[in-house]
Design a protein around this ligand. Sequence first.
Ligand code: GDP
Length: 299
Amino acid sequence: DKLKAGLEKTRKSFTEKIEQLIVGYATIDDEFLDDLEAVLLSADVGVPTTAKLMAEIRKGIKSKEINSPDDLTPFLQTKISAMLIGEPEPAAAPPEPPTVMLIVGVNGVGKTTTIGKLANYYREAGKKVLIAAADTFRAAAIDQLEIWGKRTGSDIIKHDEGSDPAAVAFDAVQAAKARKADIVIIDTAGRLHTKSNLMEELKKINRVIAREIPAAPHETLLVLDATTGQNAINQAKLFGDAVKLSGVVLTKLDGTAKGGVIIAIKNELGLPVKWVGVGEGINDLRPFVASEFAAALFT
Ligand code: GDP
């Protein structure tokens, strides 16, 4: 399927290298462990997460859960799966509609496309969707969202280029309440060269929405581009300082060998990956299921 196909390059850089290692070694020795560490690092799993996995493996060897290189694949699959799932979250009562989703991330990561795909996903689930074009900095983003709005049958709220993004968000939430929309998806700017302005802008949008709907935004999703590997981690730290993130959308998983960054995002930042982008098409967005990802990575 598409998730598996999307993970092809990551699987090649990760699983196939691990398999080659396993074939090349009869027993687990220090050299084997060093080589394994190098494989994990080269798949963009990241230094802290690699260290954690290596510690687990050493524990597994000690406890005789791992007796030979062959035991490694199932062991890693279980550990990576567990690492990605983390502590189960308490089931929250579904909010009164509209559910407000704020979408943040730097330009070029696939934010606009992701909003289109999300709108399509919720529309197909029978929801009434409203898109807010609150990246008023880029006229092209407003135009793109309008196209996505038409394609997905979603309402769109937009103001002129250069207008106040928080005013767009305010209008969108008002309109969503009046029109009884189920989901409001708010685009935001992603120009990093005026970083502090952007972060203030995001905070203001948050304040304005929360005034209208006390629990909103119900989701603040950070869009990250998987092809940027460890850079994605730095972006997550930056945005995490300004807004309370609820999860990550990892795009362009189909084009990269750096899919291991998913494990780092969860382990280093405690942020759940909620969606993955596996192509440019309208249907190429998948809810992220940790066990499916781990299985697709290893089989
Ligand atoms: P934005 O600047 O963050 O709004 O980025 P866009 O949504 O305009 O996307 C930038 C480029 O990335 C476009 O060419 C998209 O088609 C492409 N893109 C977005 N998501 C994915 C994905 O999951 N896979 C692939 N291969 N391309 C993607």
